[in-house]
Design a binder for this molecule. Structure first.
Ligand code: 6R9
Length: 647
């Protein structure tokens, strides 16, 4: 049992933001209304978008399927660009892009509008139609946003694949989605190096029969791209002949806007499907409620567009609100640890939204890097991806925010579309407790329950659940209804279960304690242990493997693998390096184990399940707890010996 008292710092329970305590009346009233009469409430909120046709019904709830704004019609790209160019935001910066070298590119709303229209026509010319899937495998460049919005404009469903993923991961996602077109680039730049995406793509495409066309953004003009005739085209070439205007295709509110793959407890990633209307209303409103956006804001969310945070709070919510969104290609500490602060200063960023793992890394570099920059434009901060430890919270608050910027710790998931537990700072200042994401948001009926679904009293650790549907809730999993029900709705009856442990304290604050399934959180990225084990055992040296998460000061958690080798290994060091490289190449660098231990046996239950909990305790040097179900005790002794150098 994790004692959440440990998380409380000197700010503690009585921490208040601002000079006087403000009762939560306004927020509480809104929240109450949203839960009492959700249809009336969300019907009002949905007016934040421009609809081509009003819905017949706000919510159709056939558990576990929620359909919002039924028969309402709209277009997401219209809402993110067209409507802004009709008024005073026409020449406002929509996107400010910068890279590691300090090269900048700004696109106004009008410029973005033009590019989106042209690229929508490019897609049409490649035969892409409403409902077709388009895969996007691009670094953090404006073309990624243009491609996403162009898909939305013609009703095509995008599936963005993180550009750090390997060829196998890319192919698996393309094949599951049945994507017909792939938008990618020749290279990406990171930490001063060129990474050849084309090589990765070429390898993937050997195994992607659904792909008809590939569009390359040509970045490295010193080198030609070898194109396959009839399949491969260059972005710039196709844009030259494109029409300047494509009428936005009006889609029904529940038409899928995108599929985004996330790790689950089995070896196969889950294709989370989000709607157009419900999703866009939810991300737009949660961004407003979290930070209270105004026209002076320059918003920088450091997430990659390959993750949900990038989809919702780099692209869709900021653009729907007509905000300026910053896109940075590269590492935030490269070429020097002050890079992130330099960008805030350069562009007058007013809200910074980043992850605890980034904060811990920046903290390690020391406050001099922060102090040598003018961060006076910052007015609010945000944190996402994993629980933020109070030490990092304090540093973020004091050194970065100079005690003037409240921190919105936002808890949510790929599946929830937008924030679900977060401080409603855009509605009113509220007392913050470092490490707590505060309260369930507007329209969210959350609770902490035991395995039988009984509500737990304050300060008891249990499972977080949501008892009602909300507009940002996933439509389902792509072509996998059985898994959708099983993954989210079977653990606790009649509730959506995000599979996170939580505590609700005596003041009603929620504290998220980490995953309640076999999914690791490595630097804010979800990595399924099953997925990783599956890859490990496909290596010729590996007979069996078990993966656990080892706590890490910077990354939160890192994967550690216990491996039963297929044969006697002479050079263990070399074998370990070989296996790590293999995982890196297959799943991508974030998933690579930091340590591998060769063992002869793994601790298993009598029914043959690997006892990962025991492995974790062993690596932490903790008491092993109840071992009554273990099949063979000798496995423990052997692992203890193997670990003795490390613990
Ligand atoms: C948005 C995002 C979701 C998982 C989630 C939880 C963890 C995210 C958190 C947090 C504590 C926060 N998580 N935000 N835990 N406090 N503020 O990260 O989506 O990649 O799907 O991960 O991340 O464990 O279940 P996703």
């Amino acid at each position: 049992m994790i004692n959440h008292d440990r998380l409380l710092t000197k700010f503690g329970v009585s921490m208040k933001f601002g000079d006087k305590y403000i009762p939560l009346e306004k927020f509480n009233k809104m929240r109450e209304e949203s839960l009492k009469n959700p249809e009336k409430f969300w019907g009002e909120q949905a007016k934040c978008l421009d609809w081509d046709k009003t819905w017949d019904k706000v919510l159709e709830w056939n558990p576990p399927y929620a359909r919002w704004f039924v028969n309402g019609k709209l277009n997401a790209s219209y809402n993110c660009v067209d409507r802004h160019i009709k008024g005073s935001r026409r020449n406002k910066a929509a996107i400010i892009w910068e890279n590691e070298n300090g090269d900048c590119r700004t696109l106004t709303y009008y410029e973005l509008y033009r590019e989106v229209n042209k690229f929508a026509n490019v897609l049409q010319n490649l035969g892409v139609d409403k409902g077709d899937r388009v895969a996007i495998y691009l670094p953090m460049i404006p073309e990624a946003v243009i491609a996403m919005l162009a898909c939305a404009r013609i009703g095509a469903i995008h599936t963005v694949v993180f550009s750090g993923f390997s060829s196998d991961a890319l192919a698996e996602r393309i094949n599951d989605a049945g994507a017909e077109v792939l938008i990618t680039a020749d290279i990406l730049y990171r930490r001063g190096k060129k990474i050849n995406l084309k090589n990765i793509v070429d390898k993937s495409l050997l195994d992607c029969p659904s792909i008809n066309y590939v569009v390359y953004v040509h970045r490295d003009k010193d080198n030609d791209i070898k194109l396959k005739e009839g399949r491969d085209y260059l972005w710039d070439e196709l844009m030259k002949g494109a029409k300047k205007y494509v009428k936005p295709v009006s889609v029904e509110s529940n038409h899928p806007l995108f599929i985004l793959y996330t790790s689950g407890t089995t070896g196969k990633p889950k294709g989370v499907v989000h709607s157009t209307g419900g999703y866009l209303v939810y991300v737009t409103k949660t961004m407003e409620w979290t930070w209270g956006i105004n026209d002076m804001d320059v918003f920088w969310c450091t997430a990659d567009i390959g993750w949900i945070t990038g989809h919702s709070y780099v692209v869709y919510a900021p653009l729907s609100l007509g905000t300026t969104t910053v896109i940075y290609e590269g590492a935030i500490d490269y070429p020097n640890p002050g890079r992130i602060w330099e960008i805030i200063e350069n562009h007058g960023v007013t809200i910074l939204y980043t992850a605890p793992t980034a904060i811990r890394m920046l903290m390690k570099y020391g406050e001099e890097w922060v102090k040598s920059h003018d961060l006076s434009t910052l007015r609010m901060l945000g944190s996402v991806g994993e629980p933020i430890n109070p030490k990092a919270w304090e540093w973020y608050y004091e050194v970065v925010g100079q005690k003037r910027c409240p921190i919105a710790d936002c808890y949510w998931q790929t599946e929830t579309g937008g924030h679900i537990i977060y401080p409603p700072l855009g509605i009113q200042n509220i007392p913050l407790k470092p490490g707590s994401a505060t309260f369930p948001g507007i329209g969210i009926d959350a609770d902490v329950v035991d395995e039988n679904g009984n509500s737990l009293p304050p300060n008891k650790k249990g499972l977080l659940v949501i008892k009602n549907p909300w507009p940002g809730m996933l439509l389902g999993l792509w072509k996998n209804d059985v898994r959708y029900r099983k993954a989210y709705w079977e653990r606790i009856k009649n509730c959506y279960c995000p599979s996170d442990y939580a505590i609700k304290d005596e003041d009603g604050y929620f504290w998220i304690l980490g995953r309640a399934d076999e999914v690791l959180n490595v630097a804010g990225h979800r990595i399924g242990t099953a997925e990783l084990e599956h890859v490990l055992v496909s290596h010729p040296l590996v007979a069996e493997a078990a993966v656990i998460g080892k706590p890490d000061e910077i990354k939160g958690e890192v994967p550690v693998a216990f491996v039963i080798p297929r044969k006697e290994i002479d050079d263990k060091k070399e074998a370990k390096e070989q296996i790590i490289k293999y995982v890196r190449d297959t799943l991508g660098p974030v998933a690579a184990p930091t340590m591998i231990f060769f063992v002869n046996k793994l601790p298993k239950t009598r029914s043959g399940k690997i006892m990962r909990r025991v492995l974790k305790k062993l690596i932490l040097g903790e008491d092993l707890g109840d071992l009554s179900t273990i099949e063979d005790n000798t496995s423990i002794e052997e692992i203890k010996n193997e670990l003795s150098d490390f613990v």
